[in-house]
Design a protein around this ligand. Structure first.
Ligand code: GLU
Length: 519
């Protein structure tokens, strides 16, 4: 419940009649989710296109929570939506908890505003009270189904006389408010689809705009709020396109200038099939949990829908949010279904690792992140190789091969981090090892080059190649199996390889010394 003072402030701030005339000079867009679930790819796509548009035009991005359908609320959904939007790199200019002069930004806190708005439509005779009982409506529905018609309200209460209404009100008969649909004079000029004609009054009965419990329906609250919040452009999923024609009639009834609308086509799987909201794996959280960077996910989502200049055959490139905003052009958004290409998502993740490595500051952060992951993966291990140059070297190798930095801690790559415990050189003498180290110091560490040199070395020293390789593998990794030795050396990098090889001499010398003492 509102205190009298709050109510007064709300009403004066938002008085429908005295509501501010927006100039539409400044772009104001909004993302208006219903907190009935968690953010998924479709929702992120809508939020992103609005956000990119606002940034491209130096405008504002608003977040409005549309929670009028109280029966479908999911506890914690709003907090989680906000958290995921922020993770994606979207900065909210106005919204619940973000300030802004046109709040509250949660619809359930705006009930008085809708009551006042509905009163205006009753007064100008574009809305009416409907006293039909649920039972009557149910009978209408059943009859329509029986006669194979699309169920629709027959607008009966539109024609009640003032006397009939007075009698019903005197008897406290419950009622809802319906909006009088009229014929459309002009098509909707969709910014993405072009002109769209849908004569809603020919297809539907008058829609309920306020339920008997004084809660507005989606259509009504959405229009009132877009107007009062000064929204200039609405980008939303194409499933709302039919509703837009209804919304335009509501604007007309109020005498308000409507925003411009652009509907975003369906987001579909790569084979054209529909993404199902029930598939847990389209939730943003599941992408985060898998280890995708937000930048990769953002580029993935926008690459499906277009909106950017694209040269055919151009290799995928990863753009920052600022770069995307700068390049964004609403006229380039496609009106055919947006196909997601999951391979591209992995490419983007790798490209992002590469991009991070190109900046000193970012690569430092990445290196620290890897340290945390490795420590978590080997909590008991004391012998970890976590020097910064080593990690950077590994990352450079990884970014063209692995999708996630988490992959670096997989068991088959343990040699990257876990230094072999003191190792006894067998089949190779200390002197040979020293000479090998001297040789390796001066060569370029590529797989082919290493293979060649190791072969040469084994031949020159009369050591069997296979035995030599086995010894080196154990010396470098403590493992009996794993990638080829030259490859392993290439991944580990020169410094790390030489250090590990040197320590085998050290181990052998200690052993030799111990034997001397024993004798
Ligand atoms: N609350 C609606 C939704 O959940 C918003 C639609 C719109 O953007 O107008 O999608």
């Amino acid at each position: 419940m509102y205190s009298k003072r709050t109510l007064l402030t709300i009403l004066t701030q938002h008085s429908i009649r005295a509501s501010r005339r927006w100039s539409h000079d400044e772009v104001r867009v909004r993302f208006a989710p219903s907190p009935t679930g968690y953010l998924h790819l479709g929702g992120l796509r809508t939020a992103l296109y609005n956000y990119l548009y606002s940034r491209n035009k130096n405008g504002k991005f608003l977040l409005r929570i549309e929670d009028t359908d109280q029966t479908r609320l999911v506890p914690g959904a709003t907090e989680s939506l906000i958290e995921n939007l922020m993770w994606a790199g979207i900065k909210i200019d106005e919204g619940p908890g973000f300030g802004g002069e046109q709040g509250p930004y949660v619809q359930s806190e705006r009930k008085q505003i809708y009551l006042e708005a509905v009163r205006e439509l009753l007064e100008n005779d574009t809305a009416y009270r409907c006293f039909c009982t649920e039972r009557r409506l149910e009978l209408l529905r059943k009859e329509a189904i029986r006669t194979r018609q699309v169920p629709r309200y027959d607008n009966k209460c539109r024609y009640l006389t003032p006397q009939q209404i007075a009698v019903l009100l005197a008897k406290n008969t419950p009622y809802c408010i319906r909006f009088k649909l009229t014929a459309h004079e002009e098509p909707l000029q969709d910014l993405i689809y072009g002109p769209v004609t849908h004569n809603v009054s020919e297809n539907e009965g008058d829609p309920v705009i306020m339920k008997s419990d004084n809660f507005p329906t989606y259509h009504f609250a959405n229009v009132v709020d877009d107007h009062l919040m000064g929204v200039t452009h609405v980008f939303r999923g194409v499933e709302w396109q039919i509703s837009t024609t209804k919304h335009l009639l509501l604007y007309k009834a109020f005498g308000w200038q409507p925003p411009l609308y652009g509907h975003l086509p369906l987001l579909v799987n790569s084979d054209g099939t529909k993404l199902s909201k029930r598939q847990g794996d389209i939730g943003i959280k599941s992408f985060r949990d898998k280890g995708y960077f937000s930048e990769a996910l953002v580029n993935y989502v926008v690459s499906a829908g277009g909106g950017f200049e694209h040269t055919p055959g151009q290799k995928p490139q990863i753009y920052s949010m600022n770069e995307l905003a700068h390049r964004f052009n609403i006229e380039r958004v496609n009106s055919h279904p947006s196909r997601l290409n999951p391979d591209l998502l992995n490419d983007f993740n790798r490209l992002h690792i590469l991009k991070l490595l190109q900046s000193k500051e970012n690569s430092k952060d990445l290196v620290e992140r890897v340290k945390v992951l490795v420590r978590e993966a080997y909590p008991k291990e004391k012998n970890l190789d976590l020097g910064n140059p080593h990690i950077e070297n590994v990352l450079k190798w990884a970014c063209s091969r692995l999708t996630f930095i988490e992959d670096l801690t997989e068991a088959n790559l343990s040699f990257l981090w876990v230094r072999p415990v003191e190792f006894k050189l067998k089949n190779v003498t200390n002197d040979q090892m020293e000479s090998l180290i001297a040789n390796l110091e001066n060569i370029e560490f590529t797989k082919d080059n290493l293979n060649l040199k190791l072969k040469e070395f084994a031949d020159n020293n009369n050591v069997k190649f296979a035995v030599f390789m086995k010894t080196l593998r154990s010396a470098l990794s403590g493992l009996k199996e794993g990638p080829g030795v030259a490859e392993m050396m290439d991944i580990l990098g020169k410094d790390c390889v030489l250090q590990r090889l040197r320590s085998t001499i050290h181990a052998q010398s200690k052993e030799a010394a111990a034997n001397v003492v024993k004798k």
